[in-house]
Design a protein around this ligand. Structure first.
Ligand SMILES: *Cc1c(COP(=O)(O)O)cnc(C)c1O
Length: 453
């Protein structure tokens, strides 16, 4: 293994050098990739030198999602402390189902979940765990809601039509999960939003009342804290009031924006979150932890047990459920996704996490101010958010983003709200500073002027 560690360091260092010189790669032709990169698997093995060079070529030709010109998704950057934790969890190769196997790692993970439960004001009865991604934590919420409303479904399957509610701006995992959970995509009521992308509480109320009068069973409302395109925060306190009135499970999908709970200045965006039944958060987005670090809290841990526990005598050989988190997970074996977050949090403290969140908002504000001040730009929506949506000189956002990618200039994506398309710049890499955002604009303008002028 020592030899491989040396190889790792050589390749990692070379990657970092290359990233500094060339932050964005031109895309390769997929047909060519297979031949050029020595990807084919054969019957006989290869020597260590050839392996190192094949690996290096593969790594160095992979899109560079950690650089200062990557704004394409809601993750980015590379934080040293978090990566250190991640590398050690790979070394340990443990599994997070029992104290017998996970040992102190179970307590480390519980500490993270407890600290955040405190910020959610979830009281003493909460339960929480991690899952492989925010789509999966959303699915866990949906399943708990289904089982709460109709416990027999776990044994008999669905007997009645059950309906759920989410905004038109919410994440696409909601319809997928409705399909997975046997609820059906057509039982989703997509609730329109206001101009700022927040779910309309009036329309939500109306949709629920209509369904009740039709004899359906409303069971789940998904509120979004930080929508994927606009970064909008639904008004949780108002949605919670509707959910409470009708006895419907309220989940807050905080995959993107939930990290505001670390910030004194921005936690008001989650006003009412203590009233929800479940809450999810991706630390691999604005907090800069490596993919994936997705967590979910249920206000009542019993709901997690009802939906996810299964007896398994070969696995649970020591008694304490509280230290055997396998009893509330989606899967069986579960990798240690907590250590990387713990390493970052331990090293910079909660104050450091607060600074990260505040910095992200400050950077988005800097970019938004720039766009607003320049007559060549159209700022699509003007509100405090972690995304900045704009058009430049009326150029098609789709064509602009695609050419920036094709030419290896900048990785940034376009978004859509109602009928309008626009460039969506995101503040998710917390290591970026004002000069990086200025560089983004300068480079994009020069490119647009020469290619679309
Ligand atoms: C990213 C995101 C998800 C999905 O999270 P994954 O970890 O990518 O599965 C869900 N909801 C929202 C609002 C998101 O931004």
């Amino acid at each position: 293994m020592k030899e491989q560690l040396d190889t790792f360091i050589r390749i990692a260092k070379e990657l970092m050098n290359e990233e500094a010189n060339t932050p964005v790669l031109k895309p390769m032709d997929p047909e060519q990739v297979f031949k050029d990169l020595d990807l084919e698997l054969g019957n006989s093995g290869i020597d260590t030198d050839r392996l190192e060079s094949a690996l290096k070529e593969l790594v160095l030709n992979t899109p560079r999602t950690s650089t200062n010109l990557f704004f394409n998704q809601l993750f980015g950057g590379r934080n040293g402390q978090a990566v250190l934790g991640e590398l050690l969890s790979v070394m340990l190769n443990g599994s997070m189902y029992t104290y017998k196997v996970g040992g102190p790692m179970i307590l480390m993970e519980k500490e993270i979940l407890a600290q955040i439960a405190k910020r959610l004001n979830f009281g003493e009865n909460y339960g929480a765990t991690l899952a492989p991604g925010g789509s999966m934590t959303n699915m866990m919420a949906l399943i708990m809601a289904r089982d709460k409303k109709a416990p027999e479904v776990r044994f008999e399957g669905l007997q009645n039509k059950m309906t759920l509610y989410t905004s038109t701006e919410s994440h696409y995992s909601v319809p997928k999960n409705a399909s997975f959970a046997g609820i059906g995509r057509n039982q989703i009521r997509f609730i329109p939003t206001n101009d700022n992308g927040q779910m309309s509480v009036e329309e939500l109320t109306r949709a629920i009342e209509d369904d009740i009068s039709e004899g359906h069973t409303p069971f789940f409302i998904n509120a979004t804290a930080g929508s994927t395109v606009y970064g909008a925060f639904d008004q949780i306190d108002q949605v919670a009031e509707v959910a409470g009135r009708h006895g419907i499970w309220l989940h807050v999908d905080g995959a993107f924006g939930g990290s505001v709970l670390f910030s004194d200045k921005y936690k008001h965006l989650l006003k009412g979150v203590e009233l929800c039944d479940s809450f999810s958060l991706n630390a691999h987005k604005t907090l800069g932890v490596p993919l994936a670090c997705s967590m979910i809290w249920a206000r009542d841990k019993q709901d997690l047990y009802v939906s996810f526990s299964n007896e398994a005598s070969y696995l649970y050989q020591t008694a304490n459920d509280d230290l055997n988190p396998g009893k509330i997970s989606l899967q069986c074996g579960r990798r240690n996704d907590a250590l990387k977050f713990w390493t970052l949090w331990k090293s910079i403290g909660s104050d450091g996490l607060c600074k990260i969140v505040d910095h992200q908002f400050a950077m988005a504000r800097f970019a938004r101010d720039y766009v607003r001040a320049h007559p060549d730009y159209d700022l699509v929506v003007d509100m405090e958010s972690l995304t900045v949506c704009f058009n430049y000189k009326g150029i098609s956002a789709r064509e602009l983003c695609n050419s920036l990618y094709q030419e290896g200039e900048i990785m940034v994506g376009f978004g859509r709200f109602r009928e309008k398309e626009f460039v969506r710049l995101v503040a998710v890499n917390f290591e970026l500073k004002e000069e990086d955002y200025s560089r983004f604009f300068e480079q994009m303008e020069a490119f647009a002027d020469s290619h679309f002028g």
